[in-house]
Design a protein. Sequence first.
Length: 311
Amino acid sequence: MDSQEKFVGIDVSKDRLDVHVHPAGEAFACARDAEGLDQLLAWLGPVRPTLVAIEATGGFETVAAAHLAAAGLPVAVVNPAQVRAFATALGKRAKTDPIDALVIARFAATVRPQPKPAPDETLQALADLVTRRRQIVAMIGAEKQREKRAPARLRKSIARLLKALQKELSEVEADIDDTMRGSPLWREKEELLTSVPSIGQTIARALLADLPELGELDRRQIAALAGLAPHTRQSGQWKGQSFISGGRSEPRSSLFIAAMVAIRHNPPLKTFYLRLIGAGKAKKLALIAVARKLLTILNAILRDKKPWQPA
């Protein structure tokens, strides 16, 4: 680590932010409100952090992360499970907000998570709407499962709720359409993504909302961010099966759905999948490889701003 580098860890609770600077050891605390965030920005000014890491805390971190990123600071929202595992490795079993902030700062210095750029207004609106659509679809699925087991006297209630949810889903999808039409930049990105067979409008919009770094990173970085980078298990002469882990679950789910469509309707990816199966690869592992290859293709398409061109 360069002696000039400084890594800031922020532990977020409902009413408070605890801050630690590594390796300087400086600490700060403020309220989790507009005034407190302004105080934090003023305090961080002279620090000039290399990276600011904020632990994801049930949504409490969102405003703080957006506020700091909008001020031009390199901000990464980190997985709390990874931070706790790191704390255990350090022997930090005590858990208080100041200690958590220290651990997050050291985690940032060691792991170097990728900063996420501040979303523009259109992207934030799209992300909120895509998340809401996902929630409504999940509620519809849950109600349909209940309907199968419900006694006759409850089915009318479920039917009414399903009708209301379908209406709300249509309205949210109309809002998503309006948001995309209102931004030439995001409309262009959507058109580029949907030029790929197996990428429909819904998948394209979900990827834009959940993986805004698409087209900005190299293929290894984007695969790691989506949790599709293979991890090798090897010790001496023994070599185990590679596996994937971590990353963002939402874009990974979208890519798996797209991969399942691709192995049927995208000839080059279908050929790639069948070649892997023919070589003895398990179907699940072959599908993961297709999802990873599809992600690499989509990343290159947005990077080069060129639509799909099958080889």
